[in-house]
Design a protein around this ligand. Structure first.
Ligand code: ADP
Ligand code: MG
Length: 738
């Protein structure tokens, strides 16, 4: 039987093909189901009407209850109606507006419309009572309401029977097409009436029982038209949980499929190279390093393919972990590759890896986009023959022509710059090697399947736990939560533009002590031209202030030729330059332990995780290090809070959590490029961590007992996973590639 929810929305009374098109375009709503799952983003208590005087106070706008992004309901009489910005009866572009004055017993407020003027002016009558419902804005220091919903009090009854009113987000185009909040409310009401008796349950009964959920039908009704807060809570709880549950179930199932394929290369031996490197280290491993190496060794000899995320703050020593694990692969007769997001970083990796490998016989090479043809040919040949043990490189490594003899471990640094697809392309790198083995006339009996290498993804961007569970839900996670000893914590200070002279004096002091300084400028696509001008001006000011030859200043940015960039980078890395002026590109690279000051210009324009990454560029040596956040005077509340947070903690995980709370998970550095769908419909990774944990636990438990989800009581789960996949709502499936 066809599901009524699959009906095209154009067949709903009052919609039709034209408005259906608008819905499809603006809201991606095509079917009854889509529309039914178009939930309000906020609910307000309809019984609550604010006295106008109470919202005119500016301080109230700052309060939690009423602020510039929240909706309020007012009730009063339209005492004035005025068309402004017209010349000879014709609207002046950008100026024309319709202004009503709404007055109650306590005061008056202006209601402003910028479009649909004639129509609204005709409809809304002076000296009559209205309920105005909308968002408050501050214009010229005056609180007013722009494009409110306006209706006579009598009409309020059409809004469902409960006391809560759902607020749907709508766009300007939608409003012009007749889809204001009120219209959407009507559509939902009609839709519920039509579909409620036919709605099929989407969770197995035993889960509903166990979790004490309401039915799906009830949840859908109450998310749109809750009788009260309690009903709304119940509906949200169930819908959020369900969304997170299916996401986790899907991720874990993919993971199961992959690991059950077996085929993990068994790397059990700890051999010469490992031991030589280990005993030549000038320092002890941190406990955290020991722990994660142990975790990954277990994986690598388990017979299953390792897929692990290594999270560790900047400076926590991830490179060494990668090297030691690579050596295990090599000691077992396999190769390793280490992939970095940029050439600069690949170069740096190579340099530090070579240092670690001095005591070993391991052969390592670099492959990037700028490797010369002749050299590249040689490298590719040696890789395929197996005489090259470790290859460090960029995206160039996942190109088709790169083949390994026996790739045992692939390390991907800074995962968020690589898509999931790219990660999975590494898995097939051994195909030829394995098929060559099968074709070997020496005659091994069994056909050997291509074995995917073990995968370790390293990220220096601490990711909140809830986000990691989702974004990397298919990976196991290891955490390096300890910095090598002997580092003095970085001191972070916020400085205003007016304190620039003091900042320069301080820089001079440190440089005279033999230290080096980073000065970093934001570079944002939208304002790129101006950003470069700022950097240019900043560079000139520094050169003026810190005169050569006593002080040398290097500069690095994206518009330079690679040679110039490398030259200046080298100048700074070798200690010949005292100051490096750069755009935020240095965020992912460069290890200059002698640098002790990081000056971040226009710091208010960076996100928390980016600030944290930048700060991590100093404090790598034993010198006392400083991070100075320069800002202009105009700071939004958010920016101010970000800067304060930076000054108060150096813990990347704390900052990541805060970042997610402040900006939502979608904006966290790099997650949008990650290739995993985390665009959740109703649940929030920052607010619904508890549900997420519950959902993951339950999904894990179910899959342990019934890995194929073939038990009768789990049939619905399989059906739902398939349905979600068809809707494109499951995370990208890449298990098929392995
Ligand atoms: P990450 O990549 O995690 O930001 P790195 O691997 O670049 O950190 O390590 C930062 C610095 O710390 C490097 O100079 C490295 O040699 C050093 N280091 C790594 N492990 C230790 C350790 N256990 N003790 C002291 N220094 C260490
Ligand atoms: Mg690193």
């Amino acid at each position: 039987m066809a599901d009524i929810l699959d009906t095209s929305i154009k067949y709903l009374q009052g919609i039709g093909p034209k408005r259906a098109e608008l819905l499809a375009k603006e809201l991606n709503v095509h079917t009854f189901r889509d529309m039914l799952y178009y939930f309000p983003f906020r609910w307000i208590d309809k019984s609550k009407v604010y006295p106008i005087s109470s919202i005119l106070k500016e301080e109230l706008l700052d309060s939690e209850e009423v602020n510039t992004s929240s909706y309020v309901q007012l009730r009063g009489i339209i005492t004035k109606k005025e068309l402004v910005g017209f010349s000879n009866g014709r609207p002046i572009k950008g100026k024309a507006r319709l202004v009503f004055t709404l007055t109650d017993a306590t005061g008056s407020i202006q209601l402003v419309f910028f479009s649909g003027l004639k129509w609204i002016a005709e409809k809304i009558k002076e000296n009559e009572e209205y309920i105005a419902f909308g968002r408050l804005t501050l214009f010229n220091n005056q609180v007013n309401m722009v494009h409110p919903e306006l209706y006579p009090p009598a009409q309020a009854a059409t809004y469902g029977s409960g006391s809560m009113v759902g607020i749907y987000s709508t766009t300007e185009k939608m409003k012009n097409g007749g889809f204001g909040i009120k219209a959407i409310t009507k559509i939902e009401s009609l839709l519920l009436e039509k579909t409620l008796p036919h709605i099929k349950e989407t969770l197995p009964d035993y889960i509903i029982q166990k979790m004490g959920f309401c039915s799906l039908a009830q949840a859908l009704k109450n998310i749109h038209f809750p009788m009260d807060q309690k009903a709304l809570d119940a509906a949200q709880r169930r819908l959020k949980f369900e969304e997170l549950f299916y996401l986790q179930l899907s991720l874990l199932k993919q993971k199961n499929v992959r690991t059950s394929k077996g085929g993990g290369i068994i790397l059990s031996k700890v051999g010469d190279n490992f031991n030589k490197c280990y005993s030549s280290l000038p320092y002890q491993l941190t406990n955290a390093q020991k722990r994660v190496i142990k975790e990954m060794r277990e994986d690598m000899r388990s017979g299953k393919q390792m897929n692990r995320l290594l999270q560790g703050d900047v400076g926590s020593g991830k490179t060494l972990v990668a090297v030691l694990l690579s050596l295990i692969a090599i000691d077992n007769g396999y190769q390793a590759c280490i992939m970095a997001p940029t050439e600069v970083l690949a170069n740096q990796h190579l340099a530090s890896i070579q240092k670690f490998l001095k005591a070993t016989d391991v052969k390592v090479a670099l492959l990037t986009g700028s490797t010369k043809t002749k050299e590249r040919r040689q490298i590719l040949k040696e890789l395929e023959e197996g005489s090259l043990n470790i290859i460090v490189g960029t995206h160039a490594l996942i190109e088709e022509r790169v083949k390994f003899h026996r790739l045992g471990l692939a390390v991907i640094d800074e995962q968020h710059r690589f898509g999931v697809d790219q990660r999975s392309r590494l898995w097939s790198k051994n195909d030829t090697a394995a098929s060559q083995q099968t074709a070997n006339p020496a005659g091994g009996p069994a056909l050997q399947l291509p074995q995917p290498p073990h995968i370790m993804v390293m990220t220096a961007t601490p990711i909140p736990r809830t986000l990691a569970m989702t974004l990397y839900g298919d990976l196991d996670v290891s955490i390096l939560d300890e910095l090598p000893p002997g580092r003095t914590p970085i001191i972070t200070k916020h400085a205003w533009e007016s304190q620039r002279k003091q900042v320069f004096d301080f820089m001079r002091q440190e440089i005279d002590k033999g230290r080096q300084v980073f000065v970093v400028y934001p570079l944002i696509k939208e304002s790129e031209k101006m950003d470069y001008e700022n950097l240019e001006a900043g560079y000139m000011r520094i050169v003026e202030e810190f005169k050569a030859p006593q002080y040398i200043t290097a500069v690095v940015h994206g518009k330079q030729k690679t040679e110039d960039k490398n030259l200046d980078m080298q100048l700074f890395a070798s200690g010949k330059a005292h100051i490096l002026v750069a755009t935020s590109v240095i965020e992912v690279g460069v290890d200059v332990p002698n640098a002790s000051i990081m000056v971040i210009e226009s710091a208010e324009r960076f996100g928390l995780s980016q600030l944290h990454q930048l700060r991590g560029r100093v404090g790598r040596g034993s010198n006392k290090s400083y991070c100075i956040l320069m800002s202009g005077y105009k700071l939004s509340r958010e920016s101010r809070k970000r800067l304060e947070l930076m000054c108060s903690t150096t813990d990347g995980f704390v900052l990541a959590e805060e970042d997610m709370k402040m900006r939502g998970p979608g904006d966290i550095e790099g997650t949008s490029q990650s290739g995993l769908a985390i665009d959740l419909h109703i649940a929030s990774l920052s607010k619904d961590g508890i549900y997420l944990q519950q959902a993951r636990d339950l999904a894990e438990k179910i899959l342990t007992q019934d890995p194929q989800l073939s038990a009768p009581e789990n049939r619905l789960l399989t059906e739902q996973l398939i349905l979600l996949r068809h809707q494109g709502k499951d995370p990208k499936d890449y298990s098929s590639i392995s």
